[in-house]
Write a protein that binds this ligand. Sequence first.
Ligand SMILES: [Mg+2]
Length: 245
Amino acid sequence: MSGMPKIAVVTDFDGTLMEQDVGDELMLAMDVLTQPQVVEASRLFGAKKAGSLAWINAAYPLLEGRQEQVDRVLERVSLRDGAQRFIDFCEQKEVPVTVLSDGMQYYIERILSREQVKVSQVIANPINYLPDGQFQFGVQNSNEACKWCGCCKASVVKQLKEDGWQVIYIGDGSSDYYGSGFADWIFARASLAGYLMEEGTLFYPFETFHDILNVLSSNWERYANGTADRRLSGRFPAACTFPEA
Ligand SMILES: [Mg+2]
């Protein structure tokens, strides 16, 4: 064991690292939300009768063959305030950053590359426009015990914990309800913050990455040694199931 703190950051993309929910912007601009199968999928998702995987299956195939239009929408989205400063801070501290998203790999990688944001890994649904123009469609979920979400964020965070990392989780939405529950510390905004508040789970509220840096940079030693405030203690989301070990 080295003496270095083994801390990993996991951040959601849409509405978290990004100012906007890029997936929502795309679906709205591309008139996907008004298609009958998507209207129905949205109704089931809203009523919690289906998870995001079913919604993704209904909506994302409608982006096939529309790369140019998608790219135009991507031109008008931007990083959340302080995001680049935060990424630089993590690099300085040798903290790996995972972008963990239930969105589309194509737009995440395109935007990160444009903004010159370097992260350790991007884990998202393998939905892409391939170099030969083909549309690739898939979901990231490899959890044989649960197919509720497209990307099983819980599996990813759980694996990081099993590998010995202390995990700082940053998120904003419903796809983060499950993944964040397996982390050590949570920074939350928007509906994730509301959900955690109702649940009584401890978290730090944020709106910009400057807010997050204010907490982390002044208390870094206490994250490194695991004693920082608001550490979670094994109240895992009851909804998540995993294959028997
Ligand atoms: Mg989000």
